[in-house]
Design a protein around this ligand. Structure first.
Ligand SMILES: *[C@@H]1O[C@H](CO)[C@@H](O)[C@H](O)[C@H]1NC(C)=O
Ligand SMILES: *[C@@H]1O[C@H](CO)[C@@H](O)[C@H](O)[C@H]1NC(C)=O
Ligand SMILES: *[C@@H]1O[C@H](CO)[C@@H](O)[C@H](O)[C@H]1NC(C)=O
Length: 388
């Protein structure tokens, strides 16, 4: 189709046609003329950006999403994030000579680097000075922000895979994606990426709480008049967001139905009880009949979060005492629209108890247990007469 033919079509049709193109084809098309550049921006709806030092790291990060999905085997939740067409690996440029002074810490890391990367360092002489983690995070966010500044206004679905979010990245999202963005994924947990600059325990703990997240909820110096309000689904992995920041984000995005949090420091009783409409103030009685802030959430996945605690079913005096069963998980029953909940890999939640609580109280179509219920229990196995 020639350009003049294309421009005679209504804009909606042009967008439908161009939205079928792959990222690369759309980019090349955008380079052909000024008019086509405008079209290509309008058609950029989905972007999943993995920004890492090496291409292989970006590919590993995408693969990790797929494999965690396979482990879940959800049949309730469909996942649009698996569409590979939007997955764009981005490799950081080689670090430039003498740009940043390397501290003694980095020298140590450099020495402990794998032989392969040592070869690389030597091979490239002084040109390829290894970066530190904070430098890399800054670069990752710089590149991410550049792309979001260009396409943010058209984006419906955005994911960022990197080491962490900083204020630049957060502000780019919050100021450019107010219009259309429905799905946001921020994934900073990539335990299969081995980077010599990262300490061994890097993936094992969430980063420190950060004010960068304030931009997303439109508070703080940078956050005025910006922030997201139309999200329908949110994925945070190894996010340093605080319970308060997450409350605010959920509150502002009233259409949020799907929340998946993995290794997130915000998953604390403070957040969960707020979501379930339970008064934090102990003077106030719990009120279940009120509409909880989380009443319309359908999918709520809390994975690898160690602050959620349940009782242990085996230690309960009365296994049918609902109050005891629910202790620490009272908020679940207030989420009235819930279809799928996951406690996968939550170390302090007892799978037997979750199964029992679901059976007697929640009755949810899908419950993912923290880990499989033990097959060979040393305790005597109780036989439920109903099952015989
Ligand atoms: C881009 O647009 C121009 C006119 O604005 C047109 O001549 C050209 O064919 C278009 N490019 C492609 C690849 O369609
Ligand atoms: C995140 O995961 C690590 C390793 O599994 C764990 O030690 C840590 O406590 C988790 N953090 C939170 C906030 O759940
Ligand atoms: C939870 O309860 C529902 C309804 O009773 C049931 O269909 C489902 O299989 C249960 N899930 C688990 C993990 O026990």
């Amino acid at each position: 189709m020639s350009g003049s033919q294309l421009s005679r079509l209504p804009l909606e049709i042009i967008i439908i046609i161009l939205s079928q193109l792959s990222f690369r084809s759309l980019l090349s098309f955008g380079k052909t003329s000024r008019a086509n550049y405008t079209y290509h921006i309008l058609c950029m709806r989905h972007l999943h950006l993995a920004v890492f030092q090496k291409r292989i790291h970006a590919l590993i990060a995408f693969l990790d999403i797929d494999s965690s999905w396979i482990n879940c085997q959800s049949n309730i939740v469909e996942d649009s994030t698996l569409d590979r067409g939007h997955q764009i690996p981005i490799v950081l440029p080689q670090s430039t000579r003498g740009k940043e002074v390397i501290g003694c810490k980095s020298v140590l890391r450099r020495r402990s680097a794998s032989s392969e990367s040592r070869k690389q360092i030597r091979g490239n002489g002084n040109d390829d000075v290894p970066r530190s983690a904070p430098q890399t995070i800054r670069l990752q966010n710089e590149i991410f922000a550049k792309i979001v500044n260009r396409y943010g206004n058209s984006l419906v679905d955005l994911e960022f895979l990197a080491y962490d979010l900083n204020i630049q990245g957060a502000t780019a999202i919050a100021s450019n994606c107010q219009g259309r963005l429905r799905h946001l994924g921020l994934r900073f947990e990539h335990p299969h990426i081995r980077d010599s600059m990262l300490s061994r325990s890097y993936w094992l703990r969430p980063p420190e709480g950060s004010t960068a997240w304030n931009s997303l909820i439109g508070v703080g110096e940078q956050g005025k008049n910006i922030g997201l309000t139309r999200l329908e689904s949110l994925v945070l992995e190894r996010g340093s967001i605080t319970p308060w920041q997450l409350c605010m984000l959920v509150k502002r995005n009233v259409k949020l139905r799907d929340i998946r949090l993995r290794n997130c420091s915000a998953v604390q009783p403070e957040f969960l009880n707020w979501l379930g409409g339970l008064e934090v103030d102990p003077e106030e009685p719990h009120k279940y009949e009120e509409v909880a802030p989380g009443a319309s959430i359908q999918v709520f996945w809390l994975e690898n979060c160690d602050s959620i605690r349940s009782e242990r079913l085996g230690l309960l005096a009365d296994k049918d005492d609902e109050k005891a069963l629910e202790k620490g998980l009272e908020w679940v029953r207030a989420l009235k629209s819930l279809k799928s909940i996951s406690f996968r890999q939550c170390p302090n939640v007892d799978p037997d108890l979750v199964e029992k609580a679901n059976e007697t109280i929640w009755r949810l179509p899908e419950v993912v247990l923290p880990y499989p219920v033990k097959q060979y229990n040393s305790e005597p196995i109780e036989v439920d007469p109903d099952y015989v």
